[in-house]
Design a protein around this ligand. Sequence first.
Ligand SMILES: Nc1nc2c(c(=O)[nH]1)N[C@H]1C(S)=C(S)[C@@H](COP(=O)(O)O)O[C@H]1N2
Ligand SMILES: [Mo]
Length: 374
Amino acid sequence: MTQQDAGSRFPSVGDGSGMTSDPRFYREELQLTFRNRGMPLEGLRYDATPTGMHYLLIHFDIPEVDLATWNLKVGGLVDRPAALSLDDIKALPARTEVVTMECAGNGRALFSPRSVSQPWLLEAVGTSEWTGTPLKGVLDAAGVGREAVEILFTGSDQGVQGEEVQYYQRSLTIEEANRDEVMLVYEMNGRPLEPQHGYPLRLIVPGWYGMTSVKWLESIEAISEPFNGYQMHSTYRYAQSADDPGEPVDLIRVRALMVPPGIPDFLTRTRLLSPGPVTLTGRAWAGRSGISRVEISADGGENWSDAQLGVQPSRFAWRGWTAQWNAQLNAAGGRYTLMVRATDTEGNRQSVEPEWNIQGMGNNMAHSVDVIVE
Ligand SMILES: Nc1nc2c(c(=O)[nH]1)N[C@H]1C(S)=C(S)[C@@H](COP(=O)(O)O)O[C@H]1N2
Ligand SMILES: [Mo]
Protein backbone atom coordinates (compact mmCIF):
# COMPACT_ATOMS: atom_id res chain seq x y z
CA MET A 1 0.00 0.00 0.00
CA THR A 2 1.33 3.41 -0.87
CA GLN A 3 -0.70 5.91 1.08
CA GLN A 4 1.24 8.83 -0.31
CA ASP A 5 2.94 9.22 -3.66
CA ALA A 6 6.67 9.66 -3.87
CA GLY A 7 7.21 13.40 -4.12
CA SER A 8 4.43 14.10 -1.63
CA ARG A 9 4.71 17.29 0.43
CA PHE A 10 3.99 15.05 3.42
CA PRO A 11 6.28 12.06 3.05
CA SER A 12 5.02 8.96 4.84
CA VAL A 13 6.99 7.52 7.74
CA GLY A 14 8.86 4.20 7.61
CA ASP A 15 8.89 2.35 4.30
CA GLY A 16 6.11 4.51 2.89
CA SER A 17 3.51 1.75 3.09
CA GLY A 18 1.68 3.34 6.00
CA MET A 19 2.05 0.01 7.84
CA THR A 20 4.72 -1.37 10.14
CA SER A 21 5.50 -4.52 12.11
CA ASP A 22 8.19 -2.77 14.15
CA PRO A 23 7.39 -3.17 17.87
CA ARG A 24 9.01 0.25 18.39
CA PHE A 25 6.92 3.32 17.69
CA TYR A 26 7.62 6.15 15.28
CA ARG A 27 8.12 9.73 16.41
CA GLU A 28 4.96 10.66 14.45
CA GLU A 29 2.93 8.15 16.47
CA LEU A 30 4.35 9.64 19.68
CA GLN A 31 3.43 13.12 18.45
CA LEU A 32 -0.19 12.01 17.94
CA THR A 33 -0.19 10.31 21.33
CA PHE A 34 0.70 13.53 23.15
CA ARG A 35 -2.22 15.31 21.48
CA ASN A 36 -4.63 12.46 22.01
CA ARG A 37 -4.42 11.21 25.56
CA GLY A 38 -6.02 8.00 26.73
CA MET A 39 -7.89 7.21 29.92
CA PRO A 40 -5.59 5.48 32.42
CA LEU A 41 -7.25 2.08 33.00
CA GLU A 42 -7.68 2.77 36.72
CA GLY A 43 -10.19 5.37 35.47
CA LEU A 44 -12.55 2.41 34.88
CA ARG A 45 -13.43 2.71 38.56
CA TYR A 46 -15.61 5.80 37.99
CA ASP A 47 -19.22 5.56 36.76
CA ALA A 48 -18.56 8.80 34.87
CA THR A 49 -14.97 9.50 33.86
CA PRO A 50 -13.63 12.75 35.34
CA THR A 51 -13.48 15.13 32.36
CA GLY A 52 -9.71 15.50 32.53
CA MET A 53 -9.32 11.70 32.32
CA HIS A 54 -11.62 11.17 29.34
CA TYR A 55 -9.74 10.12 26.20
CA LEU A 56 -9.25 12.60 23.36
CA LEU A 57 -9.04 12.27 19.60
CA ILE A 58 -8.33 15.43 17.64
CA HIS A 59 -7.42 14.84 13.98
CA PHE A 60 -6.24 18.38 13.21
CA ASP A 61 -6.01 21.39 15.61
CA ILE A 62 -8.45 22.47 18.30
CA PRO A 63 -10.15 25.35 16.45
CA GLU A 64 -10.57 28.85 17.84
CA VAL A 65 -14.24 29.70 18.34
CA ASP A 66 -15.64 33.17 19.09
CA LEU A 67 -19.08 32.80 20.63
CA ALA A 68 -19.99 36.35 19.54
CA THR A 69 -19.96 35.29 15.88
CA TRP A 70 -20.47 31.51 16.19
CA ASN A 71 -23.71 29.89 15.12
CA LEU A 72 -24.96 26.53 13.97
CA LYS A 73 -26.11 26.56 10.36
CA VAL A 74 -28.98 24.22 9.55
CA GLY A 75 -29.44 23.99 5.81
CA GLY A 76 -29.33 21.94 2.64
CA LEU A 77 -32.61 20.26 1.68
CA VAL A 78 -34.74 21.77 4.44
CA ASP A 79 -37.85 23.95 4.27
CA ARG A 80 -36.67 26.44 6.90
CA PRO A 81 -32.89 26.98 6.97
CA ALA A 82 -31.67 28.47 10.25
CA ALA A 83 -28.64 29.89 12.02
CA LEU A 84 -28.88 29.12 15.74
CA SER A 85 -26.84 30.82 18.47
CA LEU A 86 -25.76 28.83 21.50
CA ASP A 87 -28.49 30.59 23.52
CA ASP A 88 -31.07 29.51 20.92
CA ILE A 89 -29.91 25.90 21.31
CA LYS A 90 -29.88 26.08 25.12
CA ALA A 91 -33.49 27.34 25.03
CA LEU A 92 -34.59 24.07 23.36
CA PRO A 93 -35.72 21.06 25.46
CA ALA A 94 -32.71 19.73 27.38
CA ARG A 95 -31.71 16.13 27.86
CA THR A 96 -28.87 14.53 29.83
CA GLU A 97 -27.57 11.07 29.00
CA VAL A 98 -24.69 9.00 30.39
CA VAL A 99 -22.81 7.67 27.37
CA THR A 100 -19.71 5.52 26.96
CA MET A 101 -17.67 6.67 23.99
CA GLU A 102 -14.84 4.69 22.45
CA CYS A 103 -12.52 5.46 19.55
CA ALA A 104 -12.82 3.01 16.65
CA GLY A 105 -9.01 2.80 16.65
CA ASN A 106 -8.87 1.53 20.24
CA GLY A 107 -6.63 -1.57 20.15
CA ARG A 108 -4.95 -0.56 16.86
CA ALA A 109 -1.40 -0.91 18.21
CA LEU A 110 -2.14 -4.48 19.35
CA PHE A 111 -2.36 -5.56 15.71
CA SER A 112 0.75 -6.61 13.79
CA PRO A 113 1.43 -5.22 11.28
CA ARG A 114 -0.21 -2.04 12.44
CA SER A 115 -1.36 1.04 10.59
CA VAL A 116 0.86 4.04 11.41
CA SER A 117 -1.71 6.29 13.06
CA GLN A 118 -2.80 7.08 16.61
CA PRO A 119 -1.33 3.99 18.32
CA TRP A 120 -4.00 3.19 20.89
CA LEU A 121 -3.49 0.18 23.11
CA LEU A 122 -6.75 -0.02 25.14
CA GLU A 123 -7.27 3.39 26.72
CA ALA A 124 -9.41 5.18 24.09
CA VAL A 125 -12.62 5.05 26.09
CA GLY A 126 -14.52 7.17 28.59
CA THR A 127 -18.01 7.75 29.97
CA SER A 128 -19.59 11.16 30.43
CA GLU A 129 -22.82 12.76 31.39
CA TRP A 130 -23.66 14.76 28.26
CA THR A 131 -26.28 17.52 28.25
CA GLY A 132 -27.82 19.03 25.15
CA THR A 133 -30.93 18.93 23.03
CA PRO A 134 -32.18 16.08 20.82
CA LEU A 135 -31.09 16.58 17.21
CA LYS A 136 -34.52 15.39 16.07
CA GLY A 137 -36.16 18.56 17.41
CA VAL A 138 -33.83 20.76 15.37
CA LEU A 139 -34.36 18.65 12.23
CA ASP A 140 -38.15 18.73 12.67
CA ALA A 141 -38.12 22.51 13.12
CA ALA A 142 -36.10 22.89 9.90
CA GLY A 143 -38.33 20.44 7.98
CA VAL A 144 -36.08 17.93 6.21
CA GLY A 145 -37.13 17.52 2.58
CA ARG A 146 -38.35 14.16 1.21
CA GLU A 147 -35.47 13.98 -1.26
CA ALA A 148 -32.88 14.05 1.56
CA VAL A 149 -31.13 10.74 2.32
CA GLU A 150 -28.51 11.80 4.84
CA ILE A 151 -27.59 14.52 7.30
CA LEU A 152 -24.04 15.85 6.96
CA PHE A 153 -22.24 17.20 10.03
CA THR A 154 -19.30 19.59 9.61
CA GLY A 155 -16.83 20.64 12.31
CA SER A 156 -14.88 23.90 12.09
CA ASP A 157 -11.50 22.12 12.36
CA GLN A 158 -9.59 21.90 9.11
CA GLY A 159 -6.52 19.93 8.08
CA VAL A 160 -4.99 17.57 5.55
CA GLN A 161 -5.51 13.83 5.58
CA GLY A 162 -4.72 11.50 2.69
CA GLU A 163 -3.39 14.57 0.79
CA GLU A 164 -6.89 16.07 0.92
CA VAL A 165 -7.57 19.46 2.52
CA GLN A 166 -10.80 19.08 4.46
CA TYR A 167 -13.02 20.04 7.32
CA TYR A 168 -13.83 17.16 9.65
CA GLN A 169 -17.11 15.81 8.26
CA ARG A 170 -19.26 12.75 8.88
CA SER A 171 -22.80 11.85 7.88
CA LEU A 172 -25.68 9.76 9.21
CA THR A 173 -28.73 8.38 7.43
CA ILE A 174 -31.96 10.28 8.11
CA GLU A 175 -33.16 7.35 10.22
CA GLU A 176 -30.06 7.25 12.41
CA ALA A 177 -30.00 11.05 12.78
CA ASN A 178 -33.60 10.98 14.03
CA ARG A 179 -33.03 8.42 16.78
CA ASP A 180 -34.10 9.72 20.19
CA GLU A 181 -30.70 9.52 21.80
CA VAL A 182 -28.77 11.56 19.19
CA MET A 183 -28.00 14.94 20.74
CA LEU A 184 -26.48 18.35 20.10
CA VAL A 185 -24.42 18.72 23.26
CA TYR A 186 -23.07 21.82 25.05
CA GLU A 187 -22.23 20.35 28.49
CA MET A 188 -20.02 17.50 29.65
CA ASN A 189 -20.32 16.38 33.28
CA GLY A 190 -22.36 19.49 34.14
CA ARG A 191 -19.84 22.03 32.76
CA PRO A 192 -19.59 23.78 29.38
CA LEU A 193 -17.67 21.65 26.88
CA GLU A 194 -13.92 22.15 27.15
CA PRO A 195 -12.16 23.32 23.97
CA GLN A 196 -10.62 19.90 23.31
CA HIS A 197 -14.01 18.17 23.59
CA GLY A 198 -15.75 20.35 20.99
CA TYR A 199 -16.67 23.75 22.52
CA PRO A 200 -19.20 25.21 22.07
CA LEU A 201 -21.29 22.41 20.52
CA ARG A 202 -20.82 18.82 19.43
CA LEU A 203 -22.83 15.90 18.23
CA ILE A 204 -23.16 12.84 20.48
CA VAL A 205 -24.32 9.64 18.81
CA PRO A 206 -24.67 7.05 21.61
CA GLY A 207 -23.76 3.51 20.61
CA TRP A 208 -21.56 4.49 17.66
CA TYR A 209 -17.79 4.63 17.73
CA GLY A 210 -16.50 8.12 18.54
CA MET A 211 -15.74 9.36 14.99
CA THR A 212 -19.48 9.93 14.47
CA SER A 213 -19.75 12.40 17.38
CA VAL A 214 -18.52 15.46 15.44
CA LYS A 215 -16.93 18.14 17.64
CA TRP A 216 -16.88 21.93 17.03
CA LEU A 217 -20.09 21.45 15.09
CA GLU A 218 -20.74 24.30 12.69
CA SER A 219 -23.19 23.04 10.16
CA ILE A 220 -25.90 20.44 9.66
CA GLU A 221 -27.05 19.87 6.10
CA ALA A 222 -29.69 17.60 4.62
CA ILE A 223 -28.22 16.07 1.43
CA SER A 224 -29.62 14.05 -1.47
CA GLU A 225 -26.74 11.55 -1.93
CA PRO A 226 -24.78 9.49 0.60
CA PHE A 227 -21.79 11.62 1.66
CA ASN A 228 -18.52 10.30 0.27
CA GLY A 229 -15.94 12.48 2.04
CA TYR A 230 -12.59 11.30 3.36
CA GLN A 231 -13.77 10.39 6.88
CA MET A 232 -16.51 8.16 5.40
CA HIS A 233 -14.95 6.71 2.29
CA SER A 234 -11.21 6.44 2.96
CA THR A 235 -11.08 5.74 6.65
CA TYR A 236 -13.30 4.13 9.30
CA ARG A 237 -13.57 1.00 7.16
CA TYR A 238 -13.14 -2.66 8.06
CA ALA A 239 -10.83 -3.53 5.15
CA GLN A 240 -8.28 -6.27 4.53
CA SER A 241 -6.00 -4.43 2.09
CA ALA A 242 -5.34 -0.97 0.69
CA ASP A 243 -7.55 -1.68 -2.36
CA ASP A 244 -10.37 -3.28 -0.38
CA PRO A 245 -13.19 -0.75 0.12
CA GLY A 246 -14.31 -2.84 3.10
CA GLU A 247 -17.34 -2.17 5.24
CA PRO A 248 -18.07 1.05 7.13
CA VAL A 249 -17.30 1.11 10.86
CA ASP A 250 -20.43 1.92 12.87
CA LEU A 251 -21.58 0.64 16.28
CA ILE A 252 -19.21 -0.02 19.19
CA ARG A 253 -18.29 -3.71 19.49
CA VAL A 254 -18.61 -5.57 22.77
CA ARG A 255 -15.65 -5.13 25.12
CA ALA A 256 -14.71 -5.57 28.78
CA LEU A 257 -11.68 -3.99 30.41
CA MET A 258 -10.17 -4.66 33.82
CA VAL A 259 -8.74 -2.23 36.35
CA PRO A 260 -5.19 -3.61 36.51
CA PRO A 261 -4.95 -5.20 39.99
CA GLY A 262 -2.10 -4.79 42.48
CA ILE A 263 0.69 -2.29 41.91
CA PRO A 264 2.51 -1.54 38.64
CA ASP A 265 6.14 -1.80 37.72
CA PHE A 266 6.88 1.77 36.55
CA LEU A 267 8.21 0.95 33.10
CA THR A 268 6.65 -2.36 32.00
CA ARG A 269 3.33 -1.88 33.86
CA THR A 270 3.48 -5.56 34.90
CA ARG A 271 1.46 -5.88 38.11
CA LEU A 272 2.73 -7.12 41.46
CA LEU A 273 0.25 -8.82 43.83
CA SER A 274 0.46 -10.45 47.25
CA PRO A 275 -0.92 -14.00 47.57
CA GLY A 276 -4.54 -14.24 48.73
CA PRO A 277 -8.03 -13.34 47.55
CA VAL A 278 -8.25 -10.45 45.07
CA THR A 279 -11.38 -8.70 43.82
CA LEU A 280 -10.99 -7.97 40.12
CA THR A 281 -13.16 -5.15 38.80
CA GLY A 282 -13.82 -3.41 35.52
CA ARG A 283 -16.45 -2.29 33.02
CA ALA A 284 -18.07 -3.77 29.94
CA TRP A 285 -20.06 -2.12 27.14
CA ALA A 286 -21.45 -2.90 23.69
CA GLY A 287 -22.74 0.08 21.71
CA ARG A 288 -26.54 -0.06 21.80
CA SER A 289 -26.71 -3.60 23.18
CA GLY A 290 -26.62 -4.74 26.75
CA ILE A 291 -23.98 -6.96 28.37
CA SER A 292 -25.16 -10.48 29.13
CA ARG A 293 -21.96 -12.03 30.46
CA VAL A 294 -18.43 -11.19 31.59
CA GLU A 295 -15.86 -13.95 32.15
CA ILE A 296 -12.35 -13.99 33.50
CA SER A 297 -9.46 -16.38 32.98
CA ALA A 298 -6.30 -16.68 35.05
CA ASP A 299 -4.54 -19.05 32.64
CA GLY A 300 -4.31 -17.00 29.49
CA GLY A 301 -7.71 -18.02 28.13
CA GLU A 302 -7.83 -21.82 28.73
CA ASN A 303 -10.44 -21.77 31.47
CA TRP A 304 -13.06 -19.13 32.12
CA SER A 305 -15.37 -18.32 35.02
CA ASP A 306 -18.25 -15.88 35.30
CA ALA A 307 -17.90 -12.44 36.82
CA GLN A 308 -20.80 -10.76 38.64
CA LEU A 309 -22.46 -7.97 36.70
CA GLY A 310 -23.26 -4.64 38.34
CA VAL A 311 -25.99 -2.22 37.37
CA GLN A 312 -25.91 -0.37 34.08
CA PRO A 313 -26.48 3.34 34.82
CA SER A 314 -27.96 4.00 31.38
CA ARG A 315 -28.67 2.13 28.17
CA PHE A 316 -25.59 3.60 26.48
CA ALA A 317 -23.17 3.46 29.40
CA TRP A 318 -20.72 0.81 30.56
CA ARG A 319 -21.67 -1.76 33.14
CA GLY A 320 -19.49 -2.64 36.14
CA TRP A 321 -18.36 -6.19 36.88
CA THR A 322 -16.45 -7.88 39.71
CA ALA A 323 -14.82 -11.28 40.06
CA GLN A 324 -12.97 -13.04 42.86
CA TRP A 325 -9.57 -14.54 42.19
CA ASN A 326 -7.34 -16.37 44.62
CA ALA A 327 -3.81 -15.22 43.82
CA GLN A 328 -1.35 -18.01 44.60
CA LEU A 329 2.34 -18.67 44.19
CA ASN A 330 3.01 -21.03 41.28
CA ALA A 331 5.84 -22.89 39.58
CA ALA A 332 6.09 -20.11 36.95
CA GLY A 333 7.53 -17.65 39.48
CA GLY A 334 4.02 -16.43 40.32
CA ARG A 335 3.40 -15.26 36.74
CA TYR A 336 -0.16 -15.24 35.41
CA THR A 337 -1.95 -13.72 32.46
CA LEU A 338 -5.35 -12.54 33.63
CA MET A 339 -7.94 -12.07 30.91
CA VAL A 340 -11.46 -10.73 30.69
CA ARG A 341 -14.02 -11.05 27.90
CA ALA A 342 -17.64 -10.00 27.54
CA THR A 343 -20.68 -11.20 25.60
CA ASP A 344 -23.43 -8.80 24.52
CA THR A 345 -27.18 -9.39 24.51
CA GLU A 346 -26.99 -10.16 20.76
CA GLY A 347 -24.68 -13.08 21.54
CA ASN A 348 -21.46 -11.46 20.25
CA ARG A 349 -18.46 -12.51 22.35
CA GLN A 350 -14.98 -11.03 22.31
CA SER A 351 -12.32 -13.26 20.79
CA VAL A 352 -9.01 -14.02 22.45
CA GLU A 353 -7.10 -13.73 19.17
CA PRO A 354 -6.96 -10.45 17.23
CA GLU A 355 -9.19 -10.23 14.14
CA TRP A 356 -6.93 -8.13 11.96
CA ASN A 357 -7.90 -5.37 9.54
CA ILE A 358 -5.63 -2.92 7.75
CA GLN A 359 -6.75 0.35 9.39
CA GLY A 360 -6.72 -1.09 12.88
CA MET A 361 -10.46 -0.58 13.47
CA GLY A 362 -12.71 -2.12 16.11
CA ASN A 363 -10.08 -4.43 17.63
CA ASN A 364 -12.08 -5.78 20.56
CA MET A 365 -9.87 -8.78 21.40
CA ALA A 366 -9.99 -9.82 25.07
CA HIS A 367 -7.98 -7.71 27.53
CA SER A 368 -4.89 -9.43 29.04
CA VAL A 369 -2.98 -8.25 32.10
CA ASP A 370 0.34 -9.78 33.14
CA VAL A 371 0.72 -10.16 36.89
CA ILE A 372 3.30 -11.60 39.27
CA VAL A 373 2.15 -13.01 42.61
CA GLU A 374 4.91 -12.89 45.25
N1 LIG B 1 -14.62 17.98 14.41
C1 LIG B 1 -14.09 16.83 14.85
N2 LIG B 1 -14.88 15.95 15.48
C2 LIG B 1 -14.37 14.79 15.95
C3 LIG B 1 -13.02 14.46 15.76
C4 LIG B 1 -12.19 15.41 15.11
O1 LIG B 1 -10.98 15.23 14.94
N3 LIG B 1 -12.77 16.58 14.67
N4 LIG B 1 -12.56 13.24 16.19
C5 LIG B 1 -13.57 12.19 16.29
C6 LIG B 1 -13.08 10.96 16.89
S1 LIG B 1 -12.20 9.92 15.87
C7 LIG B 1 -13.40 10.58 18.16
S2 LIG B 1 -12.95 9.06 18.75
C8 LIG B 1 -14.16 11.50 19.06
C9 LIG B 1 -13.38 11.78 20.33
O2 LIG B 1 -14.07 12.65 21.16
P1 LIG B 1 -13.35 13.21 22.49
O3 LIG B 1 -12.02 13.77 22.06
O4 LIG B 1 -14.26 14.20 23.08
O5 LIG B 1 -13.15 12.00 23.38
O6 LIG B 1 -14.43 12.74 18.44
C10 LIG B 1 -14.78 12.66 17.07
N5 LIG B 1 -15.21 13.95 16.59
MO1 LIG C 1 -11.76 7.97 17.01
